[in-house]
Structure formats: C-alpha cells, structure tokens
Design a binder for this molecule. Sequence first.
Ligand code: URA
Ligand code: SF4
Length: 216
Amino acid sequence: MPRAATHPSALEFIPERPTIPKLWEAAQGCTACDLYKKATQAVLGVGPKGAAAFFIGEQPGDQEDLAGKPFVGPAGRVLDEALVEAGIPREEVYVTNAVKHFKWEPRGKKRIHARPTMGEVKACRPWLETELAIVKPQVIVCLGATAAQSLMGSKFKITVERGKLFETPWAPWLTATYHPSAILRMPDEEARHAARALFVADLIGVAQRLRAVGAA
Ligand code: URA
Ligand code: SF4
C-alpha cells in the first residue's frame, strides 16, 4: 500500500467488518511501528460495546503489557478510585489507550515507561479510531496529553484545556484531564492531592454530562 510506505499506519492491519475481539486478534500482528518488537502483546480496550464513556490512556504499562489488559497497574488503581468517587462504574465504561504496545527502556532489571513519539501515536491511531467507531460513545475522556493529542492535534495542552468540552467527529463530546500516572509522579503530597482533586472533579463533570445525555 503506498500510504503505508510514506506514513506507516495500522490501517492495513484493520480487519474487515471489525468487532472488538477481532481487533484484539488482528492487532497482535501489527507491525506499523517498531513498538511491537519489545512488547509482550498488543493491549486494546476493555468494556461494553455501546459504552457511553470511552477513556483513553497513553499506552499499556509494565503490568498491562504482561496481563494483556489496560489500566490494571498503579495508574489503573488511581483511575478506579476516582471513578468510584465520581460515581461512574468502571464496568460500564470502555477503557483503552492511544498506543497499543508498551514502549519501555531497561533500567537495571526494570522496564521503565518511555513516551511514544507523535509518529508512533499516529501509526497506531487506526486501532483507536476503529474502537471508537464500534463503541460509539457519548463522551470521550482523554487521560493525558498523548491521548488528547492523538485525537485533537499536537498543540493540545492539558494544562490549558483540562475539563473543557469539545465536539468531535467520533463522539458528541470529548474532554481531557490528567493522566493518572502524572498524578502519581507529582513531586510532593500536596501537589498530588491537588491534582487528584482536579482529576476527580473532571470525572464528576463527565458523570454530569452522561446524565445530561441520558446515559447514566
Ligand atoms: N498507563 C496508561 O496510559 N495506560 C495503561 O493501560 C496503564 C498505564
Ligand atoms: Fe501497531 Fe500500534 Fe503496536 Fe505500533 S504500537 S505496532 S502501530 S499496534
């Protein structure tokens, strides 16, 4: 495909008449960027088809790469607790990532998260867009800059746009908030506490929007 030669993209790996299970299977063979080489497996989204809220993180972390499920490690615990506080049941939302393979660098025996490039994010976007087309959510919630920039462009800044609502081609509403890992990385307890409060407030905003569209 000429498109793949100039702009490496997962488009050519997307199955016909895709379903979420078919996407999971097909993504295991994706070689549209180099990230598949060092990862255990591709991790796509989990949640009901028709979920009203669609959460997008950055990429699977160390534990997600091994478990083959999104947001099951430390960042997942931060997300779970905030969802509980906002009154949004996790089993009713769809949770996925902008990039499907874990990007990491060795540090001693540990695998340390490495940030995906814009090229990798773009290469992976067809998986995300196909998940969106299948789930058809009412509200997209971008967790952190990578997710937001994948859909809203590379100039999108979480610090500026956090908590605002945008209309998109993929869903009537999109909003962006902190990435749970960014909260965990805050330098001190006070900053962590403040960021976590804003994160929960943003998710309460999502819960209100879901009620407004009759989805909760
Ligand atoms: N961080 C993410 O962005 N996604 C996960 O699935 C886990 C950690
Ligand atoms: Fe394909 Fe995405 Fe994995 Fe790159 S990160 S190989 S685009 S599934």
